[in-house]
Design a protein around this ligand. Sequence first.
Ligand SMILES: Cc1cc2nc3c(=O)[nH]c(=O)nc-3n(C[C@H](O)[C@H](O)[C@H](O)COP(=O)(O)O)c2cc1C
Length: 190
Amino acid sequence: MKFLQADKLLSLIKNRRSIRGFLKTPISEEIINMILEAGRWAPSAENSQPWKFLVIKNRDIIKEIAKTGLGGFVLKRAPILIGVVSNIKPSAKENDISTYAGDPEKHDSIRLMTTHLCCGLAIMNMLLMIHSLGMGACCVGAIDRDFAKQVLGLKEKEFLEILISVGYIKKNVSRPTLRKELKDITCYIN
Ligand SMILES: Cc1cc2nc3c(=O)[nH]c(=O)nc-3n(C[C@H](O)[C@H](O)[C@H](O)COP(=O)(O)O)c2cc1C
């Protein structure tokens, strides 16, 4: 088995930018599947895989959701959206191996946070796959989630974590972006 080339991976991570302008070029099923596969193989707590992926192509639905928030313009420009939906099932079972199983309230709130965290990992895997395919994507959280949930026909216990606009890049209209210095966000506990 070949080892991953760490410098290439780092450069892929560093060069990914949120893309907000897309060509109308359709995206093949093969490409969509590669993106979804990257999400599917993300790690998750107790391998719970608490996610569902929606591939949204319906223009009327996209326009409807786009009306509801500042993020709408990015949604409308993309040929497809990938919605990441979590299934919130807080259950403090007695035999649950989780740390807070004995305290149902704490257990449920930690489980909820962990669910969001797991979905974030799946989202990141997909963003990197999209970037590595030479395409662009932007996470869009600035929408009315309750309204979007209704339009998308989600169940009561489902939560729309994010919508990702996905497409071929029109022109690189990504905003300049900075990162905090490593020394300012890192602490060694020796
Ligand atoms: C959870 C989340 C929600 C976001 N929501 C929006 C959004 O609603 N509209 C938007 O234009 N960008 C959105 N973004 C993109 C961020 O603005 C962007 O990731 C950040 O500015 C860093 O830029 P970069 O992705 O180009 O490195 C979101 C990103 C994340 C992770």
